[in-house]
Design a protein around this ligand. Structure first.
Ligand code: ATP
Ligand code: MG
Length: 566
């Protein structure tokens, strides 16, 4: 007979087994069979743009596996195509990966371009084995000869060149004797293969482009499908994890590592990309938004680049939680953006002080409170986390409250301020509305009330009950700030793209509030400090535009959640 305790233990064990993803299962099996002494994984970005949340998935998946199996994780810049690459991107990627992973040692950082010599040697080896040839067909002819999905390709007239001639021509390609595009090196595989990637793919091309790492040393550059497996093999990568679109390239990957005769060939495993509902993740599209000036750079808080998520106030912990919840799979699907919001709320809930800020202010005058007096109330920094201590919050005769916390003619079930009604001012006193003032358009400009000194928060007052509690800031000491509220940059209703392929922008994706006040303690906040503003959500001091004189707060996420944990 087993005790309930034991059953629980077994249950947890079983659950852990069941919830292992398919990649963990593959690695478990490989280790059981004694295939590897140590697991090596890598994240191989091409430095041609900023990283986005999809890349974060790949970073966390790869580094997480290395951690779990006490292996090694490499950040490798896949910088073999100098046409689109820039050092600006190398720097931003390095920073982003470090932010997501915590940190990286310098010995974890690799550059594919450091292997150009080895790649050249690998190509020579293939030629010597009769597995590669120099081809003079133009790009267009190569395309024509390649055939289609339903028709086999045709052999190039240069396919049967002798090994000697190929070695000579390839060396002369390297020496710069031929024009860009005039000759390529091709793998000699099978022009009739049902997999088009196997129809004698180009593996080297002539291109006179300055490279950010190797300068003008090379005028021939390897193609991705040839370079990538060699990079993995050189670094001793055991499991080369990539996204589904490379599934059809796997036979070529295997062909390269086998023909080059690496002793411990890496294994390619594909998983489904991370997609988010109503969010543009593709590097190409983000680049277009940036280049067309539709957003404030790569780190515009409405984007989901890692730089933008950081500026918006997301934390590495929240992103990690999101990736854990969204799982790893072989089938394409979209994750809910609301789940990401749920994760950041969960992460910040206990860690950040809960402050008072009024986003659209009107004055509240307490007519029976002494003029020119400020008292300091003791307020807990986080009601759910006593360790965060308390602070002194100034209170006076004139306060700011939210415009929508007062109504002249309230509907049913409105428990906030209206003429004759009593509410609690959060952390302070009960007040009863006695009057209000409007401007010539009928807009309320000031609300008047009286307070009951007996009802001070924390005084143990047990008298009347009130149904509404509203937040406030002391007008005399408050700091006027700019607040930015964000919505998804694409319109949820209309879909991501217009018929003509342009991005369907949401005109309300950025809303700037100019009539916002925060309690005085927040005037000390530094860029990247984040807080809960009670009843409003989580906010961060903007790292780009906020100054001591003109503070700018970004809303990370509101308090309301549409996401339910299943
Ligand atoms: P994009 O698809 O945005 O243009 P990319 O694939 O061109 O990005 P790379 O620099 O080649 O960008 O990607 C580096 C790594 O990140 C690759 O292993 C790629 O498979 C992975 N990756 C890219 N997008 C996603 C995604 N949405 N989800 C998971 N992994 C991704
Ligand atoms: Mg890519």
């Amino acid at each position: 007979m087993s005790s309930p305790n034991n059953e629980n233990e077994i249950d947890t064990e079983k659950k852990e087994k069941v919830s292992r993803n398919f990649i963990q299962n593959i690695i478990d099996k490989d280790l059981e069979e004694g295939k590897y002494d140590q697991i090596v994984t890598r994240f191989p970005p091409e430095p041609n743009g900023y990283l986005h949340i999809g890349h974060a998935k790949s970073i966390l998946l790869n580094s997480g596996l290395a951690d779990e199996y006490h292996g090694v994780f490499h950040l490798r810049f896949d910088d073999t195509n100098p046409m689109k690459e820039k050092t600006e991107f190398v720097h931003s990627i390095m920073e982003d990966v470090k932010w997501i992973c915590g940190d990286l040692d310098s010995e974890q950082i690799y550059y594919a371009s450091d292997y150009f010599d080895s790649m050249y040697e690998c190509a020579v080896k293939l030629i010597k084995k009769g597995k590669a040839y120099v081809c003079d067909l133009s790009a267009e002819q190569i395309r024509e000869y390649r055939g289609t999905l339903t028709e086999p390709g045709r052999n190039s007239p240069y396919r049967e060149r002798s090994i000697e001639e190929n070695l000579d021509l390839f060396e002369r390609m390297r020496a710069g004797e031929f024009e860009d595009g005039s000759k390529v090196l091709r793998a000699k595989i099978d022009m009739a293969s049902p997999n088009i990637n196997m129809r004698d793919p180009v593996i080297y091309r002539v291109a006179r482009i300055n490279h950010h790492n190797t300068g003008d040393k090379w005028c021939i550059y390897p193609m991705y499908d040839f370079a990538h497996p060699i990079e993995d093999a050189i670094e001793g990568v055991t499991h080369s994890i990539c996204t589904l679109e490379f599934e059809d390239h796997r036979p070529l990957y295997d062909w390269v590592v086998n023909e080059v005769e690496f002793e411990h060939p890496p294994k390619q495993i594909e998983f489904a990309k991370l997609y988010l509902t109503n969010v543009v993740t593709g590097k190409r599209y983000i680049k277009k938004l940036v280049e067309d000036g539709l957003v404030d750079g790569w780190d515009d808080p409405r984007l989901v680049t890692i730089a933008a998520l950081k500026r918006r106030g997301f934390t590495p912990e929240s992103i990690r939680m999101f990736m854990d919840l969204s799982g790893v799979s072989k089938a394409n699907s979209s994750s809910d953006y609301a789940m990401l919001e749920y994760c950041i709320r969960e992460d910040l809930k206990m860690k950040r002080p809960r402050m008072m800020a009024v986003l659209d202010a009107i004055k509240l005058v307490i007519t029976n409170y002494p003029e020119n007096e400020i008292e300091y109330l003791d307020v807990p920094n986080n009601q759910e986390n006593a360790e965060m201590g308390t602070r002194k919050v100034p209170f006076g005769r004139v306060l700011y409250i939210e415009r929508d916390d007062f109504m002249i003619e309230p509907p049913k079930k409105y428990f906030r301020l209206y003429p004759g009604n009593e509410v609690r001012l959060m952390n302070a006193y009960f007040v009863t509305c006695t009057d209000y003032i409007t401007d010539e358009n009928g807009n309320v400009t000031e609300v008047h009330c009286t307070y009951d000194p007996e009802t001070k928060s924390g005084s143990g007052f047990e008298g009347r009950k009130v149904k509404g509690t509203i937040h406030w800031v002391c007008a005399e000491t408050a700091e006027k700030v700019e607040v930015r509220l964000y919505e998804n940059i694409v319109d949820e209703e209309k879909g991501v793209y217009n018929e003509d392929g342009t991005i369907n922008l949401n005109p309300n994706s950025l809303k700037v509030l100019e009539n916002a006040y925060v309690e005085s303690a927040l005037a000390e906040a530094e860029p990247m400090d984040s807080f809960q503003f009670v009843r409003q959500g989580y906010f961060i001091v903007d790292s780009k535009d906020s100054t001591k004189e003109h503070m700018v707060f970004n809303r990370i996420v509101s308090m309301k959640s549409s996401y339910r944990v299943k």
